[in-house]
Design a protein around this ligand. Structure first.
Ligand SMILES: [Zn+2]
Length: 415
């Protein structure tokens, strides 16, 4: 599901943010990218070698930290039966956890796209670029390239291009053979073109109608003019596909090599689509507020209550919002408390501070990510989740004035 995909993206983004903030003085943090075709036993062998070499590190503390990180990685790898389809990514190391304490970070991530290269990286920061690269827009786009000689049908899935079908036409060139009347020649040529367009439409149906309609975000058509325009205007695509066409773009190639050209040409359009959807959601939200219809709700407690009674149609969450409900406890005097901490992407996570009763350091005993909690509730109530960026006025207003949490309701609930 597209929405699920958006949420997955959020989870990964948030994890990467935490990892990004970690840094140590010497090269002690390990990043490991394992593609699916790599043998687990080979990786274990490699890590054992690194373990041995780590004993040569001059700083005793650094040497211990690296070996400790490797031990935790080895333990994780040994418990792995099989490398997942997209490969697997590990980040491990001893980091400062605040209040003069250190702790082991050991994060396992299943990447949204296949890991291509095996990477072992030991540095003072985690090596996040390859997985950050994968955090592009999810979803699938249909690709069609055509001129009068050939056509290609393919898909853009995440960042991967898949060629599906290549077709050759039987359309004769402009030069007619001797003895044929000009009129007859033109007639036959039109028929051949028409047949070719129908074949392309058929190939597109075969490729794209199998997908869940919500997974297919749109279709891009590329090639030469006026062929692609004629194909589009002639409605040779299945009507379900025809309405998903996002635009027509000029490309020099109509074979497989034209796919990346088409995507580059369409890049602005692709980026705009998500934003247009977000703007529509914000328009509805602000309109409902202005008319006091009661069909909107905002703030953590109200939105949660509406989610629980399944009254939410669209859950609106700012992309910048980071919110957690933490349960706190004081080991010294037994004081307990539960509170929400909210911050924005790029800001430091608020510290939990000390016990108001005795002044000792508080400990987090439980932590619930609010975006995660709300997304789950939204799924249960069949609500759509919309992440709203702050790249446009209403989006940033939503974060500033409404705390980045709101809902469009199915009916007024008074909350
Ligand atoms: Zn206390």
């Amino acid at each position: 599901m597209a929405e699920y995909c958006t949420y997955e993206k959020y989870v990964l983004k948030k994890k990467l943010e935490t990892l990004k903030n970690k840094s140590v003085k010497s090269a002690e943090l390990i990043s490991l990218y394992v593609p699916s075709d790599k043998q687990i036993s080979d990786v274990i062998k490699h890590l054992k070698e690194e373990h041995e070499q780590a004993s040569n590190i001059i700083s005793k503390l650094a040497s211990n930290n690296v070996r400790e990180a490797l031990d935790s990685l080895l333990a994780k790898l040994r418990s792995l039966n099989k490398i997942p389809e997209n490969g697997i990514v590990y980040f491990a190391g001893v980091v400062d956890t605040g209040a003069n304490r250190t702790g082991m970070v050991n994060e396992v991530l299943i990447p949204p796209e296949p890991v291509v290269h095996y990477i072992y990286h030991c540095d003072s920061v985690f090596y996040l670029e390859p997985i950050e690269e994968m955090l592009r827009e999810c979803g699938t786009y249909g690709l069609i390239l055509l001129d009068l000689r050939e056509a290609s049908v393919g898909m853009l899935v995440g960042k991967q291009i898949e060629a599906i079908k290549h077709l050759h036409s039987t359309v004769p060139g402009k030069q007619r053979k001797g003895g044929q009347s000009a009129h007859r020649f033109e007639q036959l040529r039109r028929i051949a073109i028409h047949d070719f367009y129908k074949r392309i439409g058929g190939a597109a149906s075969e490729a794209f109608l199998e997908l869940e309609p919500s997974d297919l975000k749109g279709i891009l058509i590329g090639g030469h003019s006026p062929t692609k325009e004629e194909f589009y205007e002639g409605e040779f695509l299945h009507y379900e596909l025809q309405k998903k066409v996002l635009g027509l773009f000029d490309t020099g190639y109509t074979d497989e090599s034209g796919f990346s050209e088409l995507i580059n040409e369409a890049e602005d359009t692709l980026q705009g689509i998500d934003l247009i959807k977000q703007k529509k959601d914000m328009d509805i939200f602000f309109k409902e507020i202005a008319t006091e219809s009661g069909k909107v709700s905002y703030g953590e407690d109200n939105v949660r209550a509406n989610l629980e009674i399944k009254a939410v149609d669209v859950l609106l969450l700012s992309e910048e919002l980071r919110a957690e409900r933490v349960s706190l406890m004081c080991r010294v005097c037994g004081y307990e408390n539960r509170r929400t901490r909210i911050w924005k992407t790029g800001e430091a996570v608020p510290t939990i501070g000390n016990c108001p009763e005795c002044g000792s350091a508080l400990e987090v005993t439980d932590l619930i990510d609010i975006v995660g909690e709300f997304s789950e509730l939204a799924d249960k109530g069949n609500a759509r989740i919309a992440f709203i960026s702050t790249d446009f006025d209403e989006g940033s207003q939503f974060m500033i004035a409404f705390g980045g949490i709101a809902a469009i309701l199915r009916y007024s609930t008074g909350m």
